[in-house]
Ligand binder design. Structure first.
Ligand code: ADP
Ligand code: MG
Length: 231
């Protein structure tokens, strides 16, 4: 097992209500698996991904990570510095790509390295290799905003891989793409297990995408509704 979620709850308090976005969820993500999270908008997929990536901390329950670079960890017990180190070991891919528009393609890929100091020549070489891996060679010095949506998502995937993550979390990564481009990005993401040895958890509205993952979990009102192997 890579990540174990035990009885995790996350609530958001707004002006007049408390929303339980994730409601006593327990699940295990196996090393090397590709897991789809599906469910209606507002069901809690993004919140669950944020909890897995330590972008947010649960109100109750535990999230245990086994065999990481820092050994076995309970995310709910880490201090800020440990959390930052954990996050650096996760690759994030978002629906809106979230590239920095004033930076070139290669500088976007090395952005996650900035907290560790100026990216080294080796790091830039690795970024160049990753851009080739995601099917975007020879675009290193193009401004990110000049790319198509599909190309921007390829850059975002290269960026997600720069710290050699064991786990990649993707939040509706094809939600902003036309179907032809989406299918190319799906192939690329599903291939990362073989090409880069990553475990993947992918929130998606696309049933065909979910069916191509190893396992499909549907979320309803913050709870796991179904959890089925797809093959
Ligand atoms: P999904 O990704 O499946 O669309 P989310 O995890 O984004 O669902 O949201 C689950 C529920 O939590 C929704 O009701 C949403 O409005 C609420 N929610 C998510 N994030 C916040 C937040 N930062 N503040 C208040 N409510 C939130
Ligand atoms: Mg969402």
């Amino acid at each position: 097992m890579l990540v174990g979620v035990q009885g995790v709850t996350k609530q958001f308090t707004t002006l007049d209500t408390v929303i339980t976005a994730v409601d006593e969820v327990s699940l295990e993500i196996e090393v090397g698996s590709i897991v789809a999270l599906t469910g209606a908008s507002g069901s809690g997929k993004s919140t669950l991904l944020h909890l897995l990536g330590a972008l947010d901390i649960p109100d109750a329950g535990t999230i245990t990570v086994t065999g990481g670079p820092d050994g076995d960890q309970d995310l709910t017990k880490l201090n800020r510095k440990q959390l930052a180190a954990y996050r650096r070991g996760i690759g994030f891919v978002f629906q809106q790509f979230n590239l920095l528009p004033t930076l070139t393609v290669i500088d976007n890929v090395t952005v996650p390295l900035i907290p560790l100091g100026k990216p080294s020549a080796q790091a830039r070489d690795r970024a160049r290799q990753l851009l080739a891996d995601v099917g975007l060679p020879d675009r290193d010095h193009t401004l990110a905003t000049r790319l198509s949506g599909g190309q921007q998502q390829r850059v975002a995937i290269a960026r997600a891989l720069i710290n050699q993550p064991r786990l990649v979390l993707a939040d509706e990564p094809t939600g902003n793409l036309d179907s032809t481009t989406a299918s190319q990005i799906i192939d690329l993401l599903l291939g990362l297990r073989d090409t880069h040895g990553t475990t993947l958890v992918i929130a998606t509205h696309d049933p065909d995408f979910a069916a191509r993952c190893d396992r499909s979990i549907t979320i309803r009102d913050g709870r796991i509704h179904t959890d089925t192997p797809t093959r």
